[in-house]
Design a protein around this ligand. Sequence first.
Ligand SMILES: *Cc1c(COP(=O)(O)O)cnc(C)c1O
Length: 430
Amino acid sequence: MKFYSLNSQNIQASFKDAVIAGIAPDKGLYFPERIDALPPAFFDEIESLSDHEIAFRAIHQFVNEDIPDDVLKKIIADTLDFEFPVVEIEDNVATLELFHGPTMAFKDVGARFMANCLGYFSKGEKQDVTVLVATSGDTGGAVANGFLGVDGVKVVILYPSGKVSDIQEKQLTTLGQNIEAMEVHGTFDDCQRMVKTAFLDSGITDHKKLTSANSINVARWLPQLFYFLFAYKQAKSKGREIVFSVPSGNFGNICAGMVAQKLGMPVQHFVASTNMNDVVPQFMEKGTYEPVPSVATISNAMDVGDPSNFVRIRHLYKDDLDTLRENLSSYSFTDEMTRKAMKEIHIKTGYVMDPHGAVGYLGLKEYQKQHPDTFGIFLETAHPVKFLDVVEETLGLSPAIPPQIQKVMDREKKSHIISSYEDLKDFLLA
Ligand SMILES: *Cc1c(COP(=O)(O)O)cnc(C)c1O
């Protein structure tokens, strides 16, 4: 299967080349040239398939020309060694818990899958690949963990000093080996700008193979479709039409869900739930896409003013807003509404939602007002302990720190402090 650039379909790459480059030479996002539906029997029998079997069959068509079946099976087994439970918290409202991985954020699956692919593609290559990534928090930890110890791959993570949580900082600064953390005196936007400048700087790219581990990379984006299939497998017996609500920032996760639907997964509707960064809800209402600088919220992993994967969703629907609206709704919520939902659910059911999951819950409830006969699933994208301050302030309780987090909290931080692009460049070329 080839992947083409969304800026010009004449620019094509194999899966391997798309993964190594991250983005097309014309700066377009790569997109699969075809999405062939799986046979109906796959969905009829899905309950009898293991998660590994489901993942293998779903991703096979996209990667099989570049990864042999036995290697793909191994990559899937290494990526998916934890649970993805659907937990019903109210009648016909369930959450798909995506936080049982090593860094307790849903990005673990994409980061691990990409790391394994890149590790496989780097075998026998003379030159190492350097993964350069800017993080506002969660991506850094998942990428560091996923790529740790992968031969032929170096990882350089930029994060804004003092602007990530203690847990997040430990997750990205304590691993050592092939992982380097750059602590930037500045904001997340400064980090992102430095990364973008580096990709365009031939003074670096003439000497180093650079790639990105952001959800623009197809190897990080596509495996997210597994979640929706695992949820469908668990919810199918409910006998109701299924709706997914996805707390969204860069819109990679929800777009992967819509690819699962193109594979033939029966689902009635998707809801893209956002915080006050509401470019997409506005677009769905008015039909004009107007990116704006992001605003800070309590669900900060979704503070994105110009979501990079939304072009992929538009492309899936051939840019036809009317058909897109039949399949996708989008709503935005304030921090106050988010906290209120966290409190109410906790009092009513005892369930502790993190602020991102709570935004997903609110979007689902909004849709179900008009469609009460559905079975709704909202994605819980992070463990509440990763947003400890907000959970403590809002619910007045401290969730217990799970062992995989505690282990990291006890390690020593190591970072390189930088304040300008030149510092980064010197580091990369050293
Ligand atoms: C990254 C992230 C999101 C947003 O996912 P996108 O694929 O960028 O839409 C939501 N919640 C959490 C906790 C995240 O880390």
